[in-house]
Design a protein around this ligand. Structure first.
Ligand code: 13P
Length: 248
């Protein structure tokens, strides 16, 4: 049985003290929560976030990392650094990183391999643009993203990966994908993983939906057959996130 993963991607929001305060508030709301809860603050907030989340069921993740062990990569953060802090998850290949920071399917693949080497759980983002959807190439595009993302990864490692389907046109726009659109792409991602590996691997991998998830639409999305929770941006910065995590 796959466990729902309700994750907040805070993007470039919150200072360390604000992060700690928000996690302390969320802690109360996640007591007894049946789902996995993940918060991904910025790098500088990670130590305070991890401290604040101690003794709760909130896991802490980073929003990015480099694929090399160490070296002359000014401004970058390595998997070993995250691991030593107590980080458990890392978002990889978010569309904002692909668009503004020149990440490619190949760097995404290198980062996933590196994260797994350090026992960090990658939350791997994929998703089409509005133009790609209108051109009718959504499925081909996402299949190609998935095939490159999982290149060279063993079946044993693949099952640890979380995939987040985030249509770019739904991110931060308030224009959530319909339940059918979200479900059919998540099902196609699962089928693609089945082709790469096998049925059991496909059935084990968690696939999230992301893009304008809020307290009003989370329950319907998260109860679809192939949707195992969400990667939430804007709404994870609000008190409402407690409702999303405990959706009914
Ligand atoms: P919003 O929930 O703000 O649309 O952002 C989604 C997202 O990009 C999460 O990674």
């Amino acid at each position: 049985m796959r466990k729902i993963l309700a994750a907040g991607n805070w993007k470039m929001n919150n200072t360390p003290s604000q992060a700690a305060a928000m996690i302390n508030e969320l802690k109360e709301k996640t007591k007894g929560c049946k789902n996995d809860v993940l918060i991904c603050p910025t790098f500088v907030c990670l130590p305070d976030a991890i401290k604040a989340a101690e003794g709760s069921n909130i896991k802490i993740g980073a929003q990015n990392m480099h694929f090399e062990d160490k070296g002359a990569f000014t401004g970058e953060v390595s998997a070993a650094m995250l691991k030593e802090l107590g980080v458990e998850y890392v978002i990889i290949g978010h569309s904002e990183r692909r668009e503004y920071f020149a990440e490619t399917d190949d760097t995404v693949n290198a980062k996933i391999i590196q994260a797994l080497k350090y026992d960090l759980i990658p939350v791997v983002c994929c998703g089409e643009s509005l133009k790609q959807r209108e051109d009718g190439i959504t499925f081909d595009f996402i299949r190609s993203q998935i095939k490159i993302a999982f290149r060279g990864i063993s079946k044993e490692d693949a099952v640890k990966i979380v995939v987040a389907y985030e249509p770019i046109w739904a991110i931060g726009t308030g224009k959530v994908a319909t339940t059918e659109q979200a479900q059919e792409v998540c099902a196609a991602i699962r089928a693609c993983i089945g082709e790469i590996y096998d049925e059991a691997t496909a059935a084990a991998i968690r696939i999230q939906y992301g893009g304008s998830v809020n307290a009003g639409n989370a329950a319907e999305l998260f109860t679809q057959a192939d949707i195992d929770g969400g990667l939430v941006g804007g709404a994870s910065l609000k008190a409402d996130f407690g409702k999303i995590v405990n959706y009914k």
